[in-house]
Design a protein around this ligand. Structure first.
Ligand code: AOF
Ligand code: ZN
Length: 364
């Protein structure tokens, strides 16, 4: 591996340390190198606190003069919650900056790089860009498309069934797959489910990991008629709750749920369900980057058919539940193979006695 790749790989690993904490900001890492030695390292920990480059510059001190900075995202050029990193790099006298990818934030995009070049710094862009983008699918999606990155998690038997016809079995997969889901939850801005799942399973939907978490994701329920019970376990576990309902929901029930701390949001309806375009718009306005959907077949089917699913994470248990068991997603009857939803397989691995498939639709 070339030295540049090696240092950028280190910067990517540093960025990943912010996986559970930077929201709504992106995960970013930086390394400063001089004479073949790392003299400063840093990553963005939390919105409102210094950016990755600032930590790395602080560590490098005066030695940063003439050094190379490797950073996974274009240094910012704007005054946000913190001052511009591009200015800090110029001031420190860095000679060269290697950037993995441009910042998709319209407040920055390209201007940070231009600022560095104007100051006579040698700038290279694009090294390990795909890996850098993979760190921040949600932030990139929100900036470029104005909506979160939607990750649908499904767990099923190998014949694609999620529960017996009588509803038995909340979890078909084993402990390793379950633990993996908690990592997915922890990196998400929100976990979304439908009222059917709340009534059937009474889930908590919060990440439960061995390590303490810096931030609790939202739990969001699509609950058109506002049927969420006040005793739901969602209210007994840490993390904010948002309930989306249609007009006409009982004022009294609304007040009671608000009393429990829930944020109630009214959405328009379309075809007898909450309007999904308005829903994603709402989540985007709350600066939600990655959203994990853990839902039953109705919502899963609606999201797939609506083209909302960017990534599908499918856990498959080596079991057969039979044709009368519940399906993964409620889908229409297709007449032609060209009409069926299709994904691109990105990753496939074993987790204990289960398999995990990651698929995407390839748009970002
Ligand atoms: C960087 N390095 O480590 C991060 C960057 O409100 P602020 O000041 O924290 O700015 C947030 C924006 O800065 C964010 O939307 C993204 O464009 C950029 N994030 N930039 O140079 C970093 N986290
Ligand atoms: Zn910055």
């Amino acid at each position: 591996m070339s030295a540049d790749r090696e240092y950028m790989t280190r910067a990517l690993a540093l960025a990943e340390k912010g996986l559970y904490s930077t929201d709504p900001n992106p995960r970013v890492g930086a390394v400063i190198v001089k004479d073949g030695q790392i003299i400063g390292e840093g990553y963005h920990v939390q919105a409102g606190t210094p950016h990755a480059e600032v930590h790395a510059l602080q560590q490098a001190g005066a030695a940063a003069r003439g050094a190379t900075c490797y950073v996974t995202l274009e240094p910012c050029s704007h005054f946000g919650r913190t001052p511009p990193c591009a200015d800090a790099l110029v001031k420190a006298g860095v000679a060269r900056v290697v950037v993995a990818m441009e910042d998709p934030n319209p407040l920055v995009s390209g201007q940070g790089i231009a600022r560095l070049r104007q100051a006579g710094i040698q700038v290279e862009v694009g090294l390990l860009a795909e890996k850098a983008a993979a760190l921040n699918p949600g932030f990139i999606s929100r900036m470029r498309r104005g909506r979160p990155w939607v990750r649908l998690k499904l767990a099923a038997s190998v014949d694609g069934r999620t529960a017996l016809a009588n509803g038995a079995s909340q979890w078909i997969t084993g402990p390793e797959a379950r633990a993996d889901v908690h990592h997915l939850r922890a990196r998400s801005s929100a976990i979304v489910t439908g009222i059917g799942t709340v009534l059937a399973d009474d889930p908590q939907l919060n990440p439960r990991l061995d390590e303490p978490l810096p931030r609790q994701p939202w739990r969001v329920i699509l609950d058109r008629e506002l049927r969420t019970p006040v005793q739901a376990r969602l209210f007994q576990t840490p993390g904010p709750v948002m309930i989306c309902h249609a007009a006409g929901a009982s004022r009294l029930h609304k007040a009671v749920l608000q009393e429990l701390g829930a944020d109630l949001e009214q959405l328009p309806e379309s075809q007898g369900a909450l309007d999904l375009t308005a829903f994603w718009h709402l989540l985007n306005s709350h600066e939600m980057n990655e959203v994990l959907v853990e839902a039953g077949p109705t919502l899963a089917g609606a999201l797939i058919m609506g083209g909302w699913v960017d990534e599908l994470v499918l856990y498959l248990a080596p079991k057969l539940l039979g044709p009368d068991a519940l399906p993964l997603a409620r889908l229409p009857v297709f007449e032609e193979l060209s009409q069926v939803p299709q994904f691109r397989l990105q990753d496939c691995r074993m987790l204990g006695n289960d398999a995990r498939l990651i698929m995407t639709t390839g748009h970002q």
